[in-house]
Every structure is written in structure tokens, then in C-alpha cells.
Design a protein around this ligand. Structure first.
Ligand code: FMN
Length: 323
């Protein structure tokens, strides 16, 4: 049995599984490990401090694998935005053939990608944004359910609903993101009409993820309630691991505080300290509800082999039930 789908065909990968772009976590090592195991990882461009460094990081992945991988562009509102077009040109000129766009409408950049033969997977948090992405000409969409780590959007619609609603309306292939960690989830996503899944938190808990063992152990120990939704009042919701810092942010904003009152708590460098030192309350760190589904720290290859075997087994037994 093979789990080939419209997604695997479009992006030329073996498994219908993506490792979504992850700030600080999606290093060349993790990206290559996912590629070697037959799935598609997107390495965030912003993890590399300059476009020149991104070219070197792309070369580092290539030193480790000749299988396909992609680059993620998380284009968030910022007073000092990174030189996105230079990062994109560097990506295209390096011969990368897949990108994941997130945060903003990617329309201005599509001609550059199309001319470079690059396939665009756009990440959205609502059906209306996914349909808009289809209209402007992206190749595929990744739809985040409310379960997701990072930015699940403002609509609060979980995967169980958003996936089939999108399936009934979209023509291009789409994958489902948020809440996936095992073969059962993959089968469910396929059954609901997705052509694959994207995972973040599950890949944090692998041998190759470049984060402190304390963070991996915390994810294993945590359950599905171990997250906080921060910045709800600012309509910029983020799902992060529950800890002293995310608790404080929720409390301060809930009491009427402004962004300025929590900006120090939310600072990126504090989050980096958590991942590097394993001090779990040093800052914000990102993780989703799938923490309740994660019980071990396997290698990426073992994880993907297990998910695919579970999915194939489940599909086989469902077929037997039907027969
Ligand atoms: C540590 C971490 C960092 C992330 N950073 C980004 C990012 O920079 N850009 C982005 O588009 N998504 C980011 N995400 C979201 C993931 O790409 C993915 O959409 C999400 O984790 C899916 O939900 P899951 O964690 O339930 O699998 C991040 C997720 C995690 C866990």
C-alpha cells in the first residue's frame, strides 16, 4: 500500500507529511533528517540572519541529503521587516523547489516563484483565506486548525470541521495542520479530504530537533491542556506552551494591559533561552495541543516510519471492516 496523494505527486515526496516552518527549530539538520525520511520540511528563512547565510544553510541541507526540502517565509507585520525579496531570490537561485508562505498574502511574490519553477504551499487559518490563496494562484494550501501551535488564527474552528469544509470548496490540493502527531491523525485528515498533514510540535520531540532535552521531556510530560492562547485581545492569537510567562501574559492582557506591558515577557530572545538552556520558564516557547499525543522522543526516521505504518494499518483494517 502506498500513501501517495496529490500532495506527494505535486511536491515529489514519498510521504504526505510536512514539517512546518519552525522558528529556531527548523535547522538544516532537522530539515535534512525529515527529507531523508521521505517527508517535506520547510526551513524558515528567518532562522538565517541574512540572505547570504540562508544560501549557506541551504547548502548545509544539501550536504546531508539530495532529497527535496523547502524554505518557509513567515511574513509578519514588523517595524523592520527582513529583506524578504532578497531571501526569496536567494532561495530560488539556490535551486530550492518548494516554499511555504505564511502570515501574509503571498501574491506579490508568486511571479518570482513561478518563474523559478518553485511550488508554493500557502499556510492559512481560515477557509476564506485558503480560497483566496487558490484564486491568486498558489499551488497548494496548508490549513491550520485551532489545535495548532503558533498562530491558529481568530476563528477558533478545529480541524475536524475546517478540513471537510475546505475540502468541499477547494480545487487545489491542501494539507491539514495542527493537532497531528500519529498515524490515526493522518488517516483522519485523508478521510476528511486533505492530501496530507503538517506537524510542528511532534517534530520538536525528535532526537534531531536542536532543542534542550528539558523541553522535549516537558512536551512528553505535558498533556493536551498544556497551552495558553496569548494576544487574543490584540487579535493576533498565539498558542504557546503553558508556563509562568504565558500565564503572566494572559493575566496582564486580561486585566486590560496593552502590548507594551507584555512585550518584554514575549521577547524572542527570552524564548530562545528556553530552547537552548532548558529553563522552561525563561520565556515563551511554542507548542500545541498535540502535547497530549506525544509520549516519546524517537528519531525522525522512526517517527515517520511509525506514522506511515500506523496509517496503512488503520486504512487496511477499515477496509477489512467495510469488506
Ligand atoms: C516551535 C515552533 C515554532 C514555530 N515557528 C513557526 C514559524 O516561524 N512560522 C510558521 O509559519 N509557523 C511556525 N510554527 C507553526 C508550525 O509550522 C505548524 O504550523 C504548527 O506547529 C502545527 O501545529 P502542531 O504543532 O499542532 O503540529 C511553529 C511551531 C512550533 C511548534
Amino acid at each position: 500500500m502506498s500513501l501517495s496523494t496529490r500532495f506527494t505527486t505535486l511536491f515529489d515526496v514519498e510521504h504526505p507529511i510536512v514539517c512546518g516552518g519552525m522558528t529556531r527549530v527548523g535547522t538544516p539538520g532537522l530539515t535534512a533528517a525529515v527529507a531523508r525520511a521521505g517527508a517535506l520540511a520547510f526551513m524558515p528563512a528567518h532562522n538565517s540572519p541574512t540572505p547570504e547565510e540562508l544560501v549557506k544553510d541551504i547548502a548545509r541541507v544539501r550536504d546531508l541529503t539530495d532529497r527535496p526540502f523547502g524554505v518557509n517565509f513567515t511574513i509578519l507585520p514588523s517595524r523592520n521587516p527582513p529583506p524578504w525579496e532578497e531571501y526569496m531570490r536567494a532561495t530560488v537561485e539556490s535551486g530550492v523547489r518548494a516554499v511555504e508562505t505564511a502570515g501574509q498574502n503571498p501574491e506579490p511574490y508568486l511571479p518570482m516563484f513561478r518563474d523559478g519553477g518553485v511550488k508554493v504551499l500557502h499556510k492559512c487559518t481560515s477557509v476564506r483565506h485558503a480560497l483566496k490563496a487558490e484564486r491568486i494562484g498558489v499551488d497548494a494550501v496548508s490549513i491550520d486548525g485551532f489545535e495548532a501551535a503558533g498562530h491558529p488564527g481568530e476563528d477558533d474552528v478545529p480541524g475536524l470541521v475546517v478540513i471537510p469544509v475546505l475540502a468541499s470548496q477547494i480545487g487545489i490540493p491542501f494539507i491539514a495542520s495542527g493537532g497531528f502527531a500519529d498515524g490515526g491523525g493522518l488517516v483522519a485528515a485523508l478521510a476528511l479530504g486533505a492530501a496530507g498533514i503538517s506537524m510542528g510540535t511532534r517534530f520538536m520531540c525528535t532526537v534531531e530537533a536542536p532543542i534542550h532535552d528539558n523541553v522535549k521531556a516537558a512536551i512528553v510530560a505535558n498533556d493536551e491542556r498544556s497551552t495558553n492562547l496569548i494576544f487574543r485581545q490584540l487579535r493576533n492569537t498565539g498558542r504557546y506552551a503553558k508556563n509562568a510567562v504565558s500565564d503572566d501574559i494572559v493575566r496582564i492582557l486580561g486585566e486590560g494591559g496593552a502590548f507594551e506591558d507584555v512585550s518584554d515577557l514575549a521577547a524572542g530572545p527570552r524564548g530562545a533561552i528556553v530552547l537552548e538552556t532548558g529553563d522552561l520558564d525563561a520565556g515563551l516557547w511554542c507548542a500545541g495541543q498535540t502535547q497530549g499525543l506525544i509520549f516519546d522522543v524517537p528519531t525522525v526516521a522512526d517517527l515517520l516510519a511509525r506514522i506511515v505504518a500506523e496509517a496503512e494499518g488503520t486504512i487496511g483494517s477499515l477496509g477489512a471492516l467495510r469488506g
